[in-house]
Structure formats: C-alpha cells, structure tokens
Design a protein around this ligand. Structure first.
Ligand code: FAD
Length: 389
C-alpha cells in the first residue's frame, strides 16, 4: 500500500449519509476518501426521487428532533455557501385519527409523538380539528374523526441537490473521490487500521465509515441479518381541477395515517407547475429485494391498486392514472430506528444505517455527528438510542 492510497478515513457509499459524512470530515481537515460504486447522485439506492419531506417535530421518536433541527441549520449554511437551494419550507401537515393510534414509518401514535416532540422542543405548530382541516386544506377529504398537526417550518428537501452539493463541498475541502468503484472486501490491519479492496485497487485508512444504505448487508454479511431492504413506489398524479390548491404555498407536504393497521400516504405540492402533478406514495414493508436486482418498472396494475387503496375518496381532485412513477429502496431495522455508531467487533469502523424510510431530513446532522465520532469519539447530538449492538 503506497502512502498515496492511505487515508485518515475512508467513507464507503456517498448517498445522503455518506456525502454528508465525507463533507464534514473534509471540513475538519481529515484526509478522507469517498468511494461509491455509482456516480452520486444516482437512482439506484435510497436518495433520489426529487423531493424528501423534512419536519422538525419528529413522530418517529423524540430522540430524532435535535437531528432535524440541526440539519435545517446546516442546509441553510450550505445554501448560503453555495447559492444552491436545498430546503423549501412550504409547511407540513400530519393528519391522523382521533380514535386510533395512527401508525406511520412503523411507529404507532405518529401524530401524538409529533405533537409531544413539538411541545417538548418548542417547535411552532398548530393543531387542527377535522373542520379546520377541511376548511384550510380542502385538497384532503378527511372525515370527522381526523385531526391534524401543521408545522410552518416543515417542507421538502431536494435530495439530489443535497447529495451533489455536499460532494462538491467535500472536494472543495480536499476530499478525494472514487466513483464507479465497488468495495469488495475489507479487513483489519495488524496495527488496528483498515484495508479494503475495490474492483479496481486497494486502499487503507485509520478509520472507516460505512454508509452503504441498502448494500450494508453485502459489506457485513453476518452482522446485520435483521435489516430488510424493500422496494418502494412513488407516483406523480395529475390534478383534475382547482390546480391552485396544490401550488407550493397553498399545499404543504403531508403525511396522512389512516389508522393503526391501514397504512397511510405522504406527498408534496405540485412543485413542477400545474402540468407536473403531485408526488404521492405509501410505504411497502412486503417482499425483500436484492439491491443489485430491483424490478424498476411500475406496472399499470400497481398504479391502479395504489390509487384505489390510498387515494380514491381521500384526494378527489387527483386523476386516477399517474403521469409517471419510479422506485426507491428502504433499508428497515426491526424497530424502524437508525443504526449509528462504532461496530463493537471492529471499533475503527463507524456504521450508519439511517433509513427506515425517514432518514434524509436528518442526514446533514448525521454527517456532522460522524465527523465528531471520528475526531473525538463523542457527539453533541446523542446517538445512544441508535448504537449498533
Ligand atoms: C421512497 C423513499 C421515500 C423517502 N422519503 C423520505 C422523506 O420524505 N423524508 C426523509 O427524511 N427520508 C425519506 N426517505 C429516507 C431517506 O431517503 C434515506 O434515509 C436516505 O436516503 C438513506 O441514505 P443512505 O446514504 O443511507 O443510502 P443511499 O442513498 O442508498 O446511499 C448508499 C450509497 O452506498 C453506495 N454503496 C453501497 N455499497 C457499496 C460498495 N460496496 N462500494 C461502493 N459503494 C457502495 C451506493 O452506491 C449508494 O450510493 C425515503 C426513502 C425512500 C426510498
């Protein structure tokens, strides 16, 4: 191994989590290498699809809210530094049901936990009754049992821009990049570092950060047997009438939980104008997929099923057939929480699996946390709930 292929830190995987980690490590002066098998931002993992919801009061658990708050500060810093727009605070609506503990992202009482987090952290918000909700947001045909939370600082992020900008900032701060190179093997060295082989060459480092998303299990085949990689479908539906109700500013991002067992939907305003439709999706925790062989086409019957099961009667201003669709991958832990921390059996390696369908909004702060772990083995934001066993 030559000294030119030896680094302080290597980051494997440059999606949301890896691009943020690479950037923050470069920023604190580490000699850092980022490797990705594709050319990020790309459409093969979890960090594409044009928009991601961001919100400050987090219904997946109150431990997440500090990551969301810090990430918003960081996105704003990056925007000022680069003149690229990443965060669009169009407001966020969470609709639940007064009579059930509506579930979303596998978390029961999503609305209740959101409200508790907002109260705990002092996030600006309003609680809407079903009649308030229908009067203010007639796009949603919510029943009398609905109640809702509205957060004005919530909105959406542009995931491809976030990844691209953080990779560019990382390079500006001296990071080296190797894209189109797949890590095949890694091993500990006698002095406690790491050596790894890609399909092109070999590298070594003092520390390793693995942010491989859906491919984490292929890097550590026996360490994370309970991670589930599932295929998700996203749809853009045309607006039939009253287009103005779906314009950003009039339509917030939304999450609508239908109850404790019935699933729900999430979606975005019409960010591409009246002809672009609105992006809506639900969540699928069904069949597991191999990230290297994902069926990418979305069939007309999948679209029909999605419309009938999730939109019909609930969003009557949308047409029934979609303008377009795409797929993306969730990597889900048994509790739908994140994994962030050093591997006990390989302490020079920090692993981040921060998906379970809700990681993007936290990724800027996760990157900063990784850089803190690398440099001083502790972090300002607590990762205690997320440590890998
Ligand atoms: C459909 C969908 C909707 C979502 N909606 C939201 C939302 O609204 N709000 C929100 O906050 N979050 C949301 N999420 C979750 C969020 O997008 C993820 O948490 C986040 O993108 C995960 O990023 P990642 O870096 O872990 O994975 P990825 O983006 O998949 O990155 C992993 C990278 O590792 C690389 N890699 C893997 N193995 C190797 C190897 N051996 N060698 C080299 N490179 C390798 C891959 O090529 C890839 O680039 C959503 C996710 C999906 C799929």
């Amino acid at each position: 191994m030559t000294s030119s292929s030896h680094y302080d830190v290597i980051v494997i995987g440059l999606g949301a989590m890896g691009s943020a980690s690479l950037h923050q490590l470069a920023r604190v002066g580490k000699r850092v290498l980022g490797i990705d098998q594709f050319h990020p931002p790309h459409i093969h993992g979890s960090s594409h699809g044009e928009t991601r919801i961001t919100r400050l009061a987090i219904g997946e658990g109150t431990a997440y809210t500090p990551f969301a708050i810090r990430s918003h500060e960081l996105w704003r810093e990056f925007e000022r530094e680069t003149n690229e727009r990443m965060l669009f605070p169009v407001g966020g609506l969470i609709i639940g049901d007064r009579h059930s503990l509506g579930r979303f992202h596998n978390k029961s009482d999503f609305l209740g936990t959101t409200i508790a987090a907002a109260n705990h952290y002092g996030n600006t918000h309003e609680i809407l009754s079903s009649s308030d909700l229908r009067a203010r947001f007639p796009q949603f045909a919510a029943g009398d049992e609905a109640s809702a939370y509205f957060e004005p600082d919530a909105g959406y992020l542009k995931p491809e821009v976030c990844v691209k900008v953080q990779i560019e900032l990382a390079k500006k701060h001296g990071a080296t990049l190797r894209c189109g190179e797949r890590v095949k093997e890694l091993r500990e060295t006698a002095h406690g570092g790491i050596e790894l082989s890609t399909d092109v060459t070999r590298y070594s480092a003092e520390q390793l950060v693995v942010t491989a998303g859906p491919w984490l299990q292929s890097i550590f085949p026996s360490t994370f047997p309970s991670l589930r990689v599932t295929r998700q479908t996203l749809y853009w539906f045309p607006i039939k009438e009253q287009h103005e109700l779906f314009a950003p500013g009039r339509c917030p991002v939304f999450i609508w939980s239908f109850g404790d067992t019935e699933g729900g939907i999430y979606g975005f305003p019409a960010i591409d104008g009246r002809e672009g439709g609105i992006k809506v999706a639900s969540e699928s925790y069904g069949d597991l997929v191999d990230p290297d062989n994902v069926p990418r086409d979305v069939s007309p019957s999948e679209t029909r099923d999605f419309y009938e099961t999730h939109l019909s009667g609930r969003m009557p201003l949308l047409e029934a057939s979609s303008l377009r669709s795409t797929t993306c991958l969730y990597t889900v832990t048994p509790t739908s929480d994140f994994l962030i921390g050093r591997l006990p059996q390989m302490p020079q390696c920090i692993v981040v699996s921060a998906c379970s369908g809700h990681g993007f909004k936290h990724s800027a702060a996760v990157g900063e946390t990784v850089a803190e772990l690398v440099t001083r083995d502790s972090s300002q934001l607590s990762i205690a709930p997320f440590l890998p066993l």
